[in-house]
Design a protein around this ligand. Structure first.
Ligand SMILES: NC(=O)c1ccc[n+]([C@@H]2O[C@H](COP(=O)([O-])OP(=O)(O)OC[C@H]3O[C@@H](n4cnc5c(N)ncnc54)[C@H](O)[C@@H]3O)[C@@H](O)[C@H]2O)c1
Length: 326
């Protein structure tokens, strides 16, 4: 396969900001069609990325363009049927997070991918964040991390309307799951042994702060700190191994200190590290798209496939189920 034929569903925010700009940088990708149900968005996006064929029906697009892979970038509560149809048409699939509204839906999507032998990718870009990943590798040179912290804050307001899609999906499964998935990934994707958690509403009518200690079978402990009722937005990481520690602000500075060295072995910002102020370059989106295209070419499964995403959804369920605060 010299060029991967990619068809695109969705001309919205994530498509235009990060995924199609990433694909546009690859010489071995041909954008064979674009579909959206909103004509203005469809036309503007097709023009921006020079996509000749446009469609209002994704089934017609797949039938006509016969792609190797399809991107489906739309809200999670309308994604399930689209993702199933794409895989039933034997196309490899890229979707954003969350993979579905429930763990059960994710399990069914994962089984379909498995049965069909398809390559799938769920957009957990923090697994591919260049600076975070580099700091992780520097710590691992010294020793296996035995403690990982993920820290995700958003300063949301509380009102009569639920913050995500009128309540079609909760904060934790929809968005804070980034921190849960990253915790699993940087703890080595080991199976979960035990979870202790604290889930609270504070002054809200729905849960919006989530703290958890997750013990993994490989001996690593993950500490999750999620709060949607704060004074600032932040996504930070800590990785600790015997003799090495990393403190990283995904939108700021990453520093790795090794006990045998006087100076930090890494001290740089997320944008300096990749020499780019473009979000799709410095936040891991280009890397995750590159990994998907490479996997489609090689036929080798990704660590962030749909089958693995079931485990991140399941860990969110366990964080709710084990809350000491009820
Ligand atoms: N990884 C991240 O950090 C991150 C950040 C924001 C959003 N997201 C996720 O990305 C996904 C997409 O979010 P977005 O903000 O880009 O959405 P969006 O609403 O901006 O765009 C979705 C587009 O899909 C189109 N669409 C919906 N159903 C369709 C159908 N059946 N056929 C064709 N087109 C259809 C809509 O018309 C719209 O243009 C969501 O799952 C969201 O959770 C991820």
């Amino acid at each position: 396969m010299e060029k991967v034929r990619v068809a695109l569903i969705g001309a919205g925010g994530m498509a235009n900001r990060v995924h199609y700009p990433s694909l546009a940088t690859f010489d071995d990708v041909e954008l064979v069609g674009l579909c959206d149900v909103v004509p203005d968005k469809l036309e503007a996006t097709a023009e921006k990325f020079e996509i000749a064929k446009t469609f209002s029906c994704y089934k017609a697009m797949i039938e006509e363009t016969k792609p190797d892979a399809v991107y489906a970038l739309m809200p999670p509560h309308v994604l399930f049927d689209v993702a199933m149809d794409i895989m039933d048409a034997d196309c490899n699939l890229f979707i954003e997070k969350p993979p579905a509204v429930t763990t059960h839906q994710t399990l069914c999507l994962g089984k379909k991918a498995e049965d069909k032998g398809l390559i799938t990718s769920v957009g957990w870009q923090r697994r591919y964040h260049p600076l975070v990943h580099h700091c992780f590798e520097e710590v691992k040179k010294v020793g296996e991390p035995h403690q990982v912290v993920t820290h995700f804050l958003k300063p949301s307001n509380v009102g009569p309307n639920y913050p995500y899609y009128r309540g079609a999906i909760d904060i934790m499964h929809c968005d804070a799951i980034h921190a849960v998935d990253a915790l699993r990934y940087y703890c080595g994707l080991s199976d979960v042994k035990a979870v202790a958690s604290d889930v609270r509403n504070l002054d809200s009518w729905y849960p919006l702060t989530f703290n958890a200690i997750v013990s993994f079978e490989n001996g690593c402990v993950g500490i999750l700190h999620v709060n949607w009722r704060t004074g600032k937005r932040a996504f930070n990481f800590e990785f600790h191994a015997a003799g090495a520690s990393a403190y990283i602000d995904a939108d700021g500075v990453g520093e790795v200190t090794v006990s045998s060295e006087k100076e930090p072995v890494v001290n740089t910002t997320f944008s300096e590290f990749v020499d780019s102020d473009e979000g799709f370059m410095n936040q891991g989106f280009r890397e995750e798209n590159r990994a998907f295209i490479d996997a489609v070419k090689s036929g080798k499964q990704l660590h962030n496939n749909l089958q693995d995403a079931v485990k991140s959804m399941d860990l969110v369920d366990k964080i709710y189920a084990n809350s000491i605060t009820g």
